[in-house]
Design a binder for this molecule. Structure first.
Ligand SMILES: O=C(O)[C@H](O)COP(=O)(O)O
Length: 229
């Protein structure tokens, strides 16, 4: 019997609309984002997909997307796990800056590298910055050295994949149909891993907001097919 996982990038957030680097900043969904999440739920319902388990980040734009989808499909009761490992990549000192203005200041090429190269790190956040996640209670259970001050896709992948291996893959192997409501770059990392996309090709992968992406998987979790609902 085929196994299934559904990936959804959160709906448009308030900072997506303002074109600001967001990363680990806990910004809410915009009204448009709420509608996108509802539509995603309706698509799952229309496709008759029954979920057994949901995974999301510890950031409210993904959590709310997850909950809206579960509400629309009348499946709010299913078990859910939240993990920092599904968070958006930490955008370091770029967080809060306008993407267009940053491109005007540092050049389009530099900003494209920061946003899409596999291994270029953004300027790191000073650990003494009051906005550092080290000061945030939700990360209090993590060792300080694990809390990122800025991540590229490579370091994002290195913290997403252990969560895939420890939690998501075992649920799928247990024949659960799984929803993962997360972020542009944590999903990019997961998709890179699942599809074995080379480092230099991952730059081109853009994941639309609020569009359920279904993967049908073999018993060994290789991909049979994938499609957007
Ligand atoms: O954190 C952000 O700013 C966005 O969620 C993702 O941004 P990107 O498309 O610039 O990587």
């Amino acid at each position: 019997m085929m196994r299934r996982i559904i990936l959804v990038r959160h709906g448009v957030s308030e900072w997506n609309l303002l074109n600001l680097f967001t990363g680990w900043t806990d910004v809410d969904l915009s009204e448009q984002g709420v509608l996108e999440a509802k539509e995603a739920g309706q698509k799952l319902k229309a496709a008759g997909i029954e979920l057994d388990m949901a995974f999301t980040s510890v950031l409210k734009r993904a959590i709310r997307t997850c909950h809206i989808i579960l509400e629309e499909t009348d499946q709010l009761w299913i078990p859910e796990v939240k993990s920092w490992r599904l968070n958006e990549r930490h955008y370091g000192d770029l967080q809060g800056l306008n993407k267009q203005q940053t491109a005007e200041k540092y050049g389009e090429e530099q900003v494209l590298k920061w946003r899409r190269s596999y291994n270029t790190l953004p300027p790191l956040m000073d650990p003494n910055n009051p906005l550092s996640p080290a000061n945030d209670r939700r990360y209090a259970n993590l060792q300080k050295r694990v809390i990122p001050m800025g991540e590229n896709l490579e370091t994002t992948l290195e913290r997403v994949i252990p969560f895939w291996e420890d939690q998501i893959a075992p649920a799928i192997l247990d024949r659960k149909t799984v929803l993962v409501a997360a972020h542009g770059n944590s999903l990019r990392a997961l998709i890179k891993y699942l599809e074995e996309i080379p480092d230099d090709e991952i730059m081109q992968l853009e994941i639309p907001t609020g569009q359920p992406l279904v993967y049908e998987l073999n018993d060994d979790l290789t991909i049979i097919r994938k499609y957007y609902l």
